[in-house]
Design a protein around this ligand. Sequence first.
Ligand code: FAS
Ligand code: PHB
Length: 403
Amino acid sequence: MTQTHKTQTPVLKTQVAIIGGGPSGMLLSLLLSKEGIDNVVLERSSRDHVLARIRAGVLEWGSVELLRRAGVGARMDRDGHVHNGTRVAWQGEHTMLIDSKKWTGKSFMAYGQSYVTEDLYAAVSEIETPVLHDVSDVQLHELTGASHVTFVQDGVAQRLDCDFIAGCDGFHGVSRQAIPASVQKNYEKVYPFGWLGVLSETPPLPDLWYVQHERGFALASQRSAMLSRYYVQCPITDRVEDWSDERFWNELIARFPPEIGSAIITGPSIEKSIAPLRSFVTEPMRYGALFLCGDAAHIVPPTGAKGLNLALSDVYYLWRGLTQHYQQGSDTLLDRYSEVALDRVWKTERFSWWMTSLLHVFPEQSSFDHRTQAAELNSILASEHAQAWLAEQYAGFPVEDWG
Ligand code: FAS
Ligand code: PHB
């Protein structure tokens, strides 16, 4: 096979190789750098491409505190919107407030993932940790021995020798694939619908609204005082071009109770996309020197606003484990990483699946199923115990304290 690029001897060595420059990889890089732990981020896309992604919008309070601890909380605290609860509407008439502050003492922050990632990139570039963009052909080698990563950048094949590899490369990355099939077990559920999301330069509703309706699920969220984020459930076969702005706004408003829907301020969409929904977990989250973090290890349907938050709790555990390794010469935390991270992952997977099952219309759903969805929401409305339980899960499961 002809060599399409020049080969060269190992030119890089680091303590931790981080594959993926999304929120997981960049937060881990920043936290490790602050501990004096050498790391290099390998990102396949350009910085602009990464920062242009429109994704999550809600930060659990644990995520807010971790970002502050990493020193990237200033713009979040200035521009983010703190909420003490979220609202649910169903069947076009019933509503309730899930008061997370009352039941858990915790608020949550509406602050877009793209802003979080921007803040992380700015902080990492200030401390000059290497973030290599537009890398290709990333491969992981000798995970149970002399672990190293090879990749190509600017047509040059390179090798990065490292003690550990953090697989932060998302659902479609290469890290998870590096774990032998004999070791790995995957769990997956694919939902028979998608979410059509719209960004508009309009004032959002004051609260977040999750809406169950026989026409389908809807969600009202926000990015700032003049930037709204809305979603409607749509058939997975739909394409963005099937949805004019007019059709989107009419469908969104039709799913809300009239007094809420009439308050929605419409305007031209500045971003419109359809995301598929799936639940996915891979076990274990560690193999030798490789530690999987975030979407590389698990995916949740966005109904519970958990994807980004789970990624950040994985980062917390891995940061504390690697710091203990290098500063105290102990691996008791790293040895527990997969077990502890997966405990929180599975509880969150169940919650996200439950919220999705409760609030969406399923193609094969019978009228009985639809009525039991409404009955479940009515029973939560009638029970403070049920509301407290829902609030605890929406606010976010506890992150085991590793110091
Ligand atoms: P990411 O996927 O964000 O980042 C992985 C990075 O690795 C990317 O930059 C990618 O370019 C890079 N990469 C991939 N393969 C590579 C390779 N071979 N070599 C080098 N780099 C590689 N979560 C919510 O909580 N709420 C939401 O509303 C929500 N909406 C979403 C909508 C969409 C379309 C998607 C895909 C996800 C959504 N999520 C949502 C989940 C999302 O926020 C993720 O949980 C979050 O991005 C996880 O961050 P990372 O683990 O860093 O993975
Ligand atoms: C968002 O703001 O994009 C968002 C908010 C809550 C969710 C999902 C997405 O559950």
